[in-house]
Design a protein around this ligand. Structure first.
Ligand code: AVJ
Length: 347
C-alpha cells in the first residue's frame, strides 16, 4: 500500500540514510577523481548557493522563471480546470497538490490561488531537500493564501517515496516546474518521473515545466545569456560550489583561479556549465569519511563540468512523459516559444 510504504521508507531513511556531510564527501570524491572531472549540480544549493539561485531567477537574462510565472498568471484557471476534469469514476475530483523540489514555492502560489478559487480549500505538500527553503515556502503560502493546508516534507524526491497522504476521493496534481527536470540525463529524467508515477494512481496529473530548444525567435545567444549573465551572478553561483568544498571538506580551492563558462552542446541539446582552470594548479582535500586525502591536479584549460541543463522539443517532452507512464494532454507556451508548461495524465 502506498501509505505504508511511504511511512516505512521515510523511517528507514531517517535511521540509515548517510548524513549530508558524508553524501557531499562521497559525491565530490567520485566526481573529481573521474575523467573528465565533474561535480553534481545538487552541490550548488547550500545556503549561499540557494540565495544566489534566487538572485539568478530575478536577472533580466534568466527568462525561464519570468516566462513560466507569466504562463501561470495567464493560464492558471485553465490549467486547474483541465487538471480537475471529471472522469467516469470521479465526477468531481478535488485536487491535492504535491510539489517536487518546491524550493521557496514563489510561483506555486499562483496555482494554489486558482485551486482555492475552484474548490475553496486544498492540501499542499511541498517536497525539497532544503529545510530552510521549505520553511520559507510554508511561511510564504500560509500567510498569503487562506484555504491552503501546508504539509512539507524534507526528502530527496529523485529516489525516495513521496508523502502522499491521500484523502478519499482526491486526485493528486504533482508539480515539477522550473525546468528542474533539465538537470537530468534523458535516462535519469525518465527514472525520476517513473519514481513519481509509481506513487500516483491512474488519472492523477503532472504539471511539468520545460525549457525549450532554440527555434525561430529563441536563439542560442538567448540561452547563453541566461547562463552567463552580465552581472556575474551565475559565475558566482558556479564558483560557490568550490567555496562550499573549502568550508565543508577543508579543501583549498582558489575559486578566483577558475573561470565560469557556459556552452551550448547542440548534439546533446543542453547548456553545460564548467569551471575552467586556465593554469596548471593543484588542490588538496584532506581525508574524510569517503576515503584518504586527495591531491587533484589540473592541467591548463582543464574543466570541472558542474551542470547540464537540457532543453526540450515538443516531441521529446511527449516521448519522455510517455516512457514514464504519462500521456501529455495540454501544453502552454509563450508566443516566442521560450518555455513550456505541460499537463499530463498518469496512465
Ligand atoms: C534550477 C536546474 C532549472 O538549469 O536553469 C540556473 C539551474 N543553473 N543557472 C537551470 C541554473 C544556472 C537551473 N535549474
Amino acid at each position: 500500500m502506498p501509505t505504508t510504504a511511504a511511512v516505512s521508507d521515510s523511517l528507514y531513511e531517517s535511521l540509515f540514510a548517510p548524513s549530508p556531510a558524508d553524501a557531499v564527501a562521497a559525491e565530490v570524491r567520485a566526481g573529481l577523481t573521474s575523467t573528465p572531472k565533474t561535480l553534481s549540480p545538487w552541490l550548488f544549493y547550500d545556503e549561499n548557493g540557494s540565495r544566489l539561485f534566487e538572485r539568478i531567477t530575478e536577472l533580466p537574462e534568466y527568462y525561464l522563471t519570468r516566462i513560466e510565472r507569466g504562463l501561470f498568471h495567464t493560464h492558471a484557471d485553465e490549467i486547474i480546470k483541465h487538471a480537475s476534469e471529471p472522469t467516469g469514476n470521479d465526477p468531481a475530483p478535488m485536487l491535492t497538490l504535491i510539489e517536487l523540489g518546491a524550493g521557496t514555492a514563489t510561483k506555486t502560489g499562483i496555482l494554489l490561488a486558482a485551486i482555492v478559487r475552484r474548490q475553496r480549500t486544498v492540501v499542499y505538500q511541498p517536497v525539497d531537500v532544503s529545510e530552510t527553503a521549505l520553511a520559507e515556502a510554508t511561511e510564504n503560502i500560509r500567510s498569503n493564501i487562506p484555504g491552503v493546508t501546508v504539509r512539507c516534507q524534507v526528502a530527496d524526491y529523485t529516489t525516495q517515496a513521496l508523502p502522499l497522504n491521500r484523502l478519499p476521493n482526491t486526485r493528486t496534481l504533482a508539480l515539477y516546474i522550473g525546468s528542474s527536470i533539465g538537470n537530468f540525463s534523458p535516462d535519469d529524467a525518465c527514472s525520476v518521473l517513473r519514481n513519481l508515477r509509481a506513487q500516483l494512481l491512474p488519472g492523477d496529473r503532472l504539471l511539468l515545466g520545460t525549457d525549450l530548444v532554440p527555434g525561430e525567435s529563441k536563439t542560442v545567444a538567448h540561452l547563453l545569456g541566461a547562463y552567463n549573465d552580465a552581472s556575474g551572478t551565475t559565475a558566482a553561483f558556479n564558483r560557490n560550489v568550490l567555496v562550499r568544498l573549502n568550508r565543508e571538506l577543508g579543501a583549498n580551492f582558489h575559486p578566483e583561479n577558475f573561470e565560469h563558462k557556459a556552452r551550448w552542446n547542440a548534439s546533446e541539446s543542453r547548456i553545460e556549465m564548467h569551471l575552467i582552470s586556465p593554469i596548471a594548479q593543484q588542490v588538496h582535500i584532506p581525508a574524510n569519511s569517503a576515503g584518504s586525502a586527495l591531491t587533484l591536479k589540473f592541467a591548463p584549460g582543464e574543466t570541472i563540468h558542474t551542470e547540464n541543463s537540457h532543453k526540450f522539443t515538443p516531441g521529446r517532452i511527449r516521448s519522455l512523459l510517455h516512457a514514464s507512464g504519462f500521456t501529455l494532454t495540454h501544453t502552454w507556451t509563450d508566443p516566442e516559444r521560450f518555455f513550456a508548461v505541460n499537463l499530463a495524465t498518469a496512465i
